[in-house]
Design a protein around this ligand. Structure first.
Ligand code: GLC
Length: 475
């Protein structure tokens, strides 16, 4: 635990830390106000398109039972990597997964639609060759679930157009187009006998994987490069879907629908969230200023950058590193969010791991114990704030689905580097949820790591797509 009690720090340093602490602290009262705003935004998004919370119907209208069996390909395109997987659902809530990871080159993230989807198809081809997975000449094409972790306006379980890029992607010619068709065309160009059966957001994948293993699952959440959640909403509470052609046809037969919230866009108007000078600075310099405001306070892509801005502010006031920075630290996005996890976890007496990161990785001049303790305190404050904001979002969904939470144990499947690696993230989440919802209700909350959820979930949704076709006679 990082403390503000740093014996070797000067009064000026301690005052600066106290000031920072007060702007990064979220009181219980403040959390309640955020929940109020969040629930309001959820309802607005369920009502109409184009709101801060997109609240996108995923067309997943059934829950997996855990008995599903079958083998599917899954493509998981998220923030940093592309993963191609073969997922075997074995029934009995069990699955096997074979996967190959490809780092997405920067040039591909900023290319055009054709180059981008050809690169993806090439990766699929490499996977099929390496794993000897050609379909038999007379057999059916291999079904594939496509996890595409961006805001997509879905029109069916395997159709959807990209609303906007984020997380550092700017591929030209994709916004407004159907990403399934773009992928299918690229697969055809490579003569790959693979057919895209489902289009899935990573949060929907995390939820489906969790639901395959735990029937009490209500939400799937990602705290990774970006952040977002999906949950089971009562079909009758989704006016914009009920009024659509699909809703008009199926509403009477559907109890619940999975909603991809796109919660990273919460409070884009900056009304409710306590944005600091540093948050606004980070936002302004991104590819999408004024967008994904909530995500920029929480997720892995941005948190290190907010920290870097705070550290430079202290350097410029000559309260850190004796007023000296380094070429590395001056470089935007050089302070990787993973460093925050290492630094907060550093329990060595003289903060040797922190010293290594600062002096050997960021090439700063020799640091003092007070410098290192200050850096640790800053990392701690920002991680705690991220977790408490996340808890407010989780608690909002649980408030909306209090019918479920108050009745029984409710499972939330979570994946992503912040959740997996940031020390105490899980504990901070649970503590803040108890503050907001009360101890009694909070006792019903069960969180679980939905590891590989995006890939496995895509396979489950591909299977759900078949099931729904039988139930409703269409996709
Ligand atoms: C971004 C995307 C969203 C995704 C999230 C986590 O917020 O818009 O679709 O779920 O990142 O990867």
């Amino acid at each position: 635990m990082a403390s503000l009690d740093i014996p070797s720090a000067s009064t000026a340093q301690l005052d600066a830390l106290k000031e920072l602490k007060s702007s990064f602290t979220l009181t219980t009262d403040r959390l309640h106000r955020i929940v109020e705003g969040f629930v309001h935004s959820m309802n607005e998004g369920l009502e109409k398109d184009g709101k801060n919370l997109a609240m996108i119907p995923s067309y997943v209208k059934t829950r997996p039972t855990g008995d599903e069996k079958g083998t599917y390909l899954a493509l998981d395109l998220g923030g940093t990597n592309l993963r191609v997987c073969e997922v075997s659902l074995k029934g009995d809530s069990q699955f096997d997964i074979v996967q190959q990871k490809f780092t997405i080159p920067q040039a591909i993230k900023h290319s055009n639609a054709r180059t981008f989807f050809d690169w993806i198809a090439d990766c699929v081809s490499v996977f099929l060759t390496d794993h000897d997975k050609e379909p038999s000449p007379t057999g059916l094409d291999i079904p594939l679930g496509f996890t595409f972790s961006f805001a997509v306006a879905q029109s069916s379980i395997n159709r959807g157009t990209l609303i906007m890029w984020n997380k550092g992607f700017t591929v030209e010619g994709v916004v407004g187009r159907d990403v399934v068709l773009l992928l299918q065309d690229a697969l055809k160009r490579k003569h790959l006998r693979v057919s895209v059966a489902a289009l899935v957001n990573d949060t929907v994948g995390a939820l489906m994987t969790s639901a395959y293993q735990h029937p009490s699952s209500l939400m799937g959440v990602i705290f990774g490069t970006g952040t977002n959640a999906a949950y089971f909403e009562k079909a009758g509470r989704i006016p914009k879907w009920i009024q659509s052609a699909d809703g008009a046809r199926d509403a009477a037969d559907v109890d619940e629908m999975v909603i991809n919230m796109e919660w990273g866009g919460f409070d884009n108007d900056k009304d409710v969230l306590p944005l600091t000078f540093f948050d606004n600075g980070v936002d302004r310099e991104t590819q999408n200023p004024g967008k994904q405001i909530f995500e920029k306070m929480i997720s892995g892509l941005y948190l290190g950058e907010v920290t870097r801005k705070v550290l430079l502010h202290l350097v410029d006031r000559r309260l850190l590193f004796n007023g000296r920075s380094s070429t590395e630290l001056n470089q935007p996005y050089s302070f990787d969010t993973a460093y925050m996890s290492t630094i907060v976890a550093d329990e060595t007496p003289d903060l040797a791991d922190t010293q290594y990161t600062l002096e050997s990785v960021l090439l700063l001049p020799p640091t003092t114990p007070a410098d290192r303790a200050m850096v640790k305190a800053v990392c701690y404050m920002l991680g705690l704030r991220a977790a408490r904001l996340s808890a407010a979002a989780l608690a909002s969904v649980l408030t909306v689905r209090k019918d479920v939470l108050s009745a029984s144990k409710t499972t939330i499947g979570i994946d992503g580097s912040m959740y997996e690696f940031y020390p105490s993230f899980e504990r901070f989440l649970m503590e803040a949820m108890a503050e907001i919802l009360g101890e009694k209700l909070a006792q019903n909350i069960h969180t679980t790591l939905s590891k590989d959820g995006s890939g496995v979930g895509a396979a489950i949704v591909a299977m759900v797509a078949d099931k729904q076709r039988e139930m409703f006679g269409h996709n």
